[in-house]
Write a protein that binds this ligand. Structure first.
Ligand SMILES: [Zn+2]
Ligand SMILES: [Zn+2]
Length: 159
């Protein structure tokens, strides 16, 4: 895939579920909260936020699992029904308008490094953040960090 392409494919480990993003995501979170650490079994989660309409399922039908979340509003995690790898989720009040795609499930995950590090108050101490990338101890105001184009996409998606 050429590096200037604007569609991006990914899927689960067993390949029963495959999907395509039809554009670049709006914004990429690297979340260091304890919840993401537990859910990944690792040190952070890497989520690419994109309009649900720009996520095309090419194969398989993900199962949606209701899962508790840090906010208390819950998240709905779409998982492969065979291998149960988490592909994306959506949170709380926004419904399924915006998806948080797990960057590690993309075929070329290197293409979406974090736009911001969040919940760094619980960052595991061995993780050293790169200079030049915003980092906040908890959360942030969208309009303070998102590029205007992405913010406009978000506004349009949420209606
Ligand atoms: Zn699978
Ligand atoms: Zn988190």
């Amino acid at each position: 895939m050429p590096t200037d392409s604007t569609s991006f494919e990914g899927g689960c480990t067993c390949r029963a579920v495959r999907y395509r993003l039809t554009s670049k995501p709006m914004f990429v979170h690297c979340c260091h909260c304890r919840w993401c650490q537990r859910e990944t079994g690792a040190s952070f989660a890497l989520n690419a936020m994109i309009e649900s309409q720009r996520v095309l399922v090419l194969a398989g039908v993900p199962d949606v699992v209701n899962t508790p979340s840090n906010s208390g509003k819950g998240q709905r995690i779409a998982r492969c029904p065979a291998c149960w790898i988490a592909l994306w989720s959506n949170y709380g009040g926004a419904g399924d308008l915006i998806r948080f795609v797990r960057v590690g499930t993309l075929d070329e995950p290197d293409r979406f490094p974090p736009d911001i590090h969040i919940f760094t108050a619980s960052k595991q101490p061995w993780v050293v953040l790169p200079p030049g990338v915003p980092a906040v101890p908890e959360y942030y105001r969208t309009q303070d960090y998102w590029p205007p184009e992405s913010y406009a996409r978000r506004t349009a998606a949420l209606g």
